[in-house]
Design a protein around this ligand. Structure first.
Ligand code: VG1
Ligand code: CO
Length: 551
């Protein structure tokens, strides 16, 4: 095939956020836009670079996936990439893509997803660029992509016809370019079967035919995965899964597994007395676990999983090394790490910061308050994995104590460690200036007004300490360890929105009072939330009296 050099000019804003480049579909559809970004990403690849590289390509199947995949194929071939491993029809969940990169020793991959952001012609598309460990490219590479995107003058594109992505198998183009189309589900299913005790979970379902499970894929990518895992492998009835047909616009919904957007799951769990409800997001890396009257806060989920890890076959083999959580995630897991005498790390928001720690063998389990949990089996968070951990823990607990469910496991955990009440308020799509004003106001409090701020009383609370979060990667720098068992307020700006700004407010309060363990977090946290709003002045700066959603 011929390789054409196409003259182009830079587009503004090809800056990767917390997790890849996310923009409106219309932005990606502009002539040269996607090709420019792919070219910049290939040129930013770490040594030995793009020539001869093997890349994995696939995504959540959202609108514009097919078009983007064809552009990636032609630009990759135009740049001397030697092989692309592509999920059938360009479909791969984010965890499956991470697994494939690792398993096939690929150089990296393009993940076509905007995660939980809505899809369709008027909504979002996204591209994530991953590296050879299977995780999102670290900041030094994403910064480089951005720099290159601002200087780009040309890209290289192969004169290939549209490639059929629907047939499995390997096809050669010219002398040195190969495309292999693989089953999107198979390798991932094999992976989770090696991690968990499928036999035990299966027997638990057989012995407890009344134990009802409902998994909601929210029309995201996990449909075919959960059909295979929960119905075919674990023997649950087909009625145990819903919204499992992936749709390019997620059926018009918001594929975000939380109490707001997984409403139909939550309602069915309550109404039909479903014991175990779960959901995942558009690209399958987030999870929600929800039993009747028992919402598992993701921060608690990380702590519970860590506390029970030793019963999972995978951790029996590898041992539980350390735990990491993102900075706004509650300190519940810290208490588990302390008790087990293992290392605990606090990282910035975004999964890419966990990668170094896992590669260095320092942590086994990590999580974020934003419905993300995972382990070092791959280098992305993993929604189905989290659900299987919980099912494995429940099946195991029922061996000794029949009737143990989500709620009992949570209460037992609180009784042992105390409870970290946690909530997050989001103020979505405020003006960029308004978001910046909030942060600037807080930075002022921390610098020029620090002396009067520390020690100040707000209701029953006194400000003990305050800082502007900074991270020093412990693998190439010093370790930052913090113990959180007081109350804490965190404010930050989101890095995943496609336009405007989103202000996030996180509040956390620790309790060792058993009479409080069953309390509604919104009630338990109310006094602290009021203080947080007073200190941050979010309503004044944004003109919003209410958040877009308490989660
Ligand atoms: C959000 C979450 C963060 C998560 C990121 C990507 O980022 O807060 O914890 O890692 O989304 O998740 P931000 O910058 O908007 O707060 V996903 O499922 O989009 O890959
Ligand atoms: Co996601």
């Amino acid at each position: 095939f011929v390789i054409n050099t196409v003259a182009t000019t830079p587009f503004e804003g090809q800056k990767l956020g917390t997790s890849g480049l996310r923009k409106r579909v219309k932005v990606f559809q502009q002539e040269h836009y996607t090709a420019n970004f792919v070219q910049a990403s290939l040129d930013a690849m770490p040594n030995p670079g793009k020539k001869g590289a093997t890349l994995v390509v696939g995504g959540d199947g959202r609108y514009y996936t097919k078009e983007a995949a064809q552009i990636i194929i032609r630009v990759a071939a135009g740049n001397g990439v030697s092989k692309l491993i592509i999920g059938k029809n360009a479909i791969l969940s984010t965890p499956a893509a991470s697994n494939l990169i690792r398993k096939r020793h690929a150089t990296g991959g393009f993940l076509l997803t905007a995660s939980h952001n809505p899809g369709g012609p008027d909504n979002d598309f996204g591209i994530k660029f991953n590296v050879s460990n299977g995780g999102s490219a670290p900041e030094k590479i994403t910064d480089r992509i951005y720099e290159l995107s601002k200087q780009i003058k040309e890209y290289f594109i192969a004169g290939l016809p549209e490639v059929d992505l629907s047939n499995l198998g390997t096809k050669k183009f010219g002398e040195d370019f190969t495309i292999e189309i693989v089953d999107s589900v198979e390798d991932y299913v094999q992976l989770v079967k090696e991690i968990f005790d499928f036999e035990l979970i299966k027997q638990f379902f057989q012995k407890n035919p009344d134990y009802k499970v409902l998994f909601d894929s929210l029309h995201g990518v996990t449909g075919p995965y959960v059909e295979k895992i929960f119905v075919k492998e674990l023997g649950l009835p087909p009625t145990s899964i819903q919204n499992y047909v992936p749709l390019p616009d997620f059926g018009g919904g918001h594929p975000d597994p939380n109490l707001t957007y997984a409403r139909s799951l939550v309602e069915r769990v309550e109404k039909e007395n479903i014991n175990f409800g779960a959901a995942s997001d558009g690209d399958g890396d987030r999870n929600l676990i929800y039993g009747k009257n028992a919402f598992v806060n993701p921060s608690d989920s990380l702590a519970v999983i860590a506390a029970n890890a030793e019963i999972i076959p995978y951790f029996k083999r590898t041992g539980l090394k350390g735990i990491a959580r993102s900075m706004p995630t509650s300190g519940a897991a810290d208490l588990v790490a302390k008790k087990k005498g293992i290392e605990m790390f606090e990282t910035p928001t975004g999964w890419k910061f966990f990668g170094n720690l896992m590669d260095a063998g320092r942590i086994s389990i990590c999580g974020e308050e934003s419905f993300g949990t995972g382990s070092d089996h791959i280098r992305e968070k993993d929604g189905i994995w989290a659900v299987l951990v919980w099912l494995n823990i429940i099946a195991h607990a029922n061996e000794k104590n029949p009737g143990t469910g989500i709620k009992e496991i949570l209460l037992a955990h609180y009784n042992e460690y105390g409870r970290n009440f946690f909530s997050r308020y989001d103020y979505e799509e405020v003006e960029e200036q308004q978001g910046n004003n909030v942060i600037e106001h807080l930075r002022n409090l921390l610098s020029t007004q620090r002396d009067s701020f520390i020690g100040k009383k707000y209701g029953n609370f006194t400000v003990k300490d305050a800082d502007d979060f900074e991270y020093h990667d412990p693998i190439d720098g010093s370790i930052s360890k913090k113990q959180a068992n007081g109350s804490r307020i965190v404010v930050r700006l989101s890095g995943t929105g496609s336009h405007g700004a989103t202000v996030r407010l996180y509040v956390e309060k620790y309790s060792k009072d058993p009479s409080e363990y069953d309390a509604d977090p919104q009630k338990a946290l109310k006094p602290l939330i009021d203080v947080a709003l007073e200190i941050s002045q979010i309503p004044t700066f944004t003109g919003r009296s209410e958040p877009t959603g308490p989660r």
